[in-house]
Design a protein around this ligand. Structure first.
Ligand code: E4P
Length: 219
């Protein structure tokens, strides 16, 4: 299973990378806006900087919503770096764009996915990655993890190549359950990755080891 971090914040990307467990990055227009990245040149430069930090893929989302513009934007984004994956929303024009970009050898990440039907469409169109949003489903009282399980089952049954990139993770149990269910990739905020470190028995055990060592050394 791969770990992607869901942010456009360079410090967080570097911190996750320095931990030695990060594969790639996903961004979206809201995350870019949060970092104050605006204007075509700045956006391209920011994506390039991110690509230079990480080893694996970096998702960059199109802003357009019609086929021709999405294709144009997607091709421009793909030129930034070999690691770029063009993120395309799950709308009719988006499905057409995914089909076209895939046929041109450009990797895509179909985003804003909330149903198994949408997942089937994206796979049929040839999406490289599929991003079902777990947390946003939980927010409206649907179990987002059920959707991950359903999609993994469907994709395995038919041997679809599209990778399940579980997105909108809010906590460590989301991540652990996605691993159990066979998601190919998870993308989440830094705190979810670092949250995996935490266990009170680890802290208590280490404190005792160090105390015993100190007391033996003092004798
Ligand atoms: C996925 O690629 C999205 O950027 C992201 O996971 C959305 O997460 P949110 O629901 O926490 O905004």
């Amino acid at each position: 299973m791969k770990f992607f971090i869901d942010t456009a914040n360079l410090d967080e990307i570097k911190e996750a990378h320095d931990l030695g467990v990060l594969d790639g990055v996903t961004t979206n227009p809201s995350l870019m806006a949060k970092e104050g990245i605006t204007g075509e040149d700045n956006i391209r430069a920011h994506y390039k900087t991110i690509c230079d930090i990480v080893d694996d893929k970096v998702s960059a989302e199109v802003i357009s919503t019609n086929f021709d513009e999405m294709i144009k934007e997607g091709k421009e984004l793909a030129k930034i770096d070999d690691k770029i994956v063009v993120k395309v929303p799950m709308i009719k024009e988006g499905v057409k764009a995914i089909k076209y970009l895939s046929s041109e050898g450009i990797r895509t990440n179909c985003t804003l996915v909330f149903s198994a039907g949408q997942a089937i469409l994206a796979a049929k169109a040839g999406a490289t990655y599929l991003s079902p949003f777990i947390g946003r489903l939980d927010d409206i009282s649907f179990d987002g993890l059920d959707l991950i399980e359903q999609i993994v089952h469907i994709y395995q049954t038919y041997g679809f190549d599209t990778q399940v990139l579980a997105a909108s993770l809010r906590h460590t149990m989301h991540l652990v359950k996605c691993a159990e269910m066979g998601a190919d990739v998870v993308t989440c905020p830094l705190k979810v990755i670092t949250g995996l470190l935490n266990h009170p028995l680890t802290d208590a055990g280490l404190a005792k080891f160090l105390a015993d060592h100190a007391s033996a050394a003092a004798k």
